[in-house]
Design a protein around this ligand. Structure first.
Ligand code: NAD
Ligand code: MG
Length: 344
């Protein structure tokens, strides 16, 4: 993959172009503020009753209703939740989109799975920071940046790659590195990673380990520390130095157990299940299931999130985290509410 930096980016690609950032959540606030601080002409588009309007205005940004922001923009960046993008696009973006505008996304889901079909004269690009919005903002403010993926899906103007690259540079990505991919690759690998490894795989691995120890008669507190709490210590080491770096830091006993036992847990069956998840992502069947779940008011998601929040490991954890004062701001009693909020 080609990796580009600030020196490869022509900022002029955004000169004279007004950018409308639609949405002011995790990504929206970071993009809008970083672009503004990079000297770009930015407005924010929000629903008229949006709770975020005040904080965007307090940060010195100019806010319009979504349609009015789109109408005046050369570049429209769609930073609202993926599941509501099709509806908001049809109602508030498409009717106001200028002919020949650049239409951006931070995740390829809506475009790749055909949930949004942009007009033929729109230039469609992706700028996906590899980190949550607060990190994109914090790194930018400290003079650094978060690596970004860029891709182009439609390019009637012939210069969409340059616009995407300048946009990635404007949010700080060029200070770290900008990697070129496609909508398909970004979308399918992103979904696979969160389902098989980062979210689905990891949470089930933690719970299975916890349940195995508790079932065998060990104290729930011990099971919590060994199977959940210490995940952070290990993932921090992996994040900083890869698997080899982590192995250099753990004891020889831990390393031998790691090397000889891990593949017994994640064996043929788990790998086969991963291939099946990937096939369901590639065929679009996961995307269709998720859209149908949203249309029905997310009943399955809410019930699974509630039973997840009721699991014993959550109760034990909320007690134990009170013993660790450095974790207290993360207000553990909020965990179940947050699971439900995320599902609503
Ligand atoms: P978010 O949930 O944090 O923010 C969504 C914002 O959209 C809200 O704050 C609100 O301003 C607006 N909004 C909500 N409902 C709306 C409606 N009905 N009409 C108009 N506006 C509405 O979303 P996010 O996590 O920033 O995700 C935005 C995009 O960025 C998604 O495509 C997501 O896949 C992508 N992305 C997110 C992350 C991440 O870490 N959060 C990372 C990379 C890419
Ligand atoms: Mg991801």
């Amino acid at each position: 993959m080609r990796v580009l930096h600030d020196k490869d980016i022509q900022n002029v690609a955004l000169a004279g172009k007004r950018i409308a950032v639609i949405g002011y959540g995790s990504q929206g606030h970071a993009h809008a503020l970083n672009l503004r601080d990079s000297g770009c002409d930015v407005v924010v588009g929000l629903r008229c009753d949006s709770a975020s309007r005040q904080s965007a205005e307090d940060a010195g940004l100019t806010v319009f209703d979504t349609g009015a922001a789109v109408e005046q923009a050369d570049v429209v960046m769609t930073l609202i939740p993926d599941e509501i993008q099709p509806e908001v696009f049809a109602r508030e973006i498409r009717p106001h989109l200028r002919s020949g505008a650049y239409l951006g996304f931070a995740h390829g889901f809506s475009i790749h799975f055909g949930k949004i079909t942009p007009p033929e004269d729109a230039n469609v690009f992706l700028v996906a920071p590899k980190g949550p919005g607060h990190l994109v903002r914090r790194q930018y403010e400290s003079g650094s940046g978060v690596p970004c993926l860029i891709a182009v899906q439609q390019d009637p103007a012939g210069d969409t790659h340059g616009v995407a690259l300048a946009y990635a540079g404007g949010i700080g990505g060029g200070r770290a590195g900008v990697l070129e991919t496609s909508f398909r690759e970004e979308t399918e690998t992103d979904l696979f990673g969160e389902q098989a490894v980062l979210c689905g795989g990891l949470t089930e691995l933690i719970r299975a380990g916890y349940e195995t120890l508790v079932e065998a008669g060990y104290a729930p507190e011990m099971a919590y520390f060994e199977c959940l709490h210490e995940v952070k210590l290990i993932t921090d080491l992996i994040y900083e130095g890869g698997i080899t770096g982590m192995r250099a830091s753990i004891s020889n006993t831990a390393e031998y157990g790691d090397l000889t036992r891990g593949s017994k847990v994640i064996g043929t069956e788990a790998r086969q299940a991963m291939r099946k998840l990937l096939a369901d992502i590639q065929s679009g069947s996961f995307a269709d299931e998720w859209m149908a779940e949203c249309a029905a008011g997310k009943p399955r998601m809410k019930s699974l999130a509630t039973s997840g929040a009721d699991h014993e490991v959550e109760q034990v954890g909320s007690r134990l985290r009170r013993l660790m004062p450095w974790l207290q701001d993360k207000a553990e009693s909020k965990a179940p509410d947050r699971a439900i909020a995320a599902a609503s």
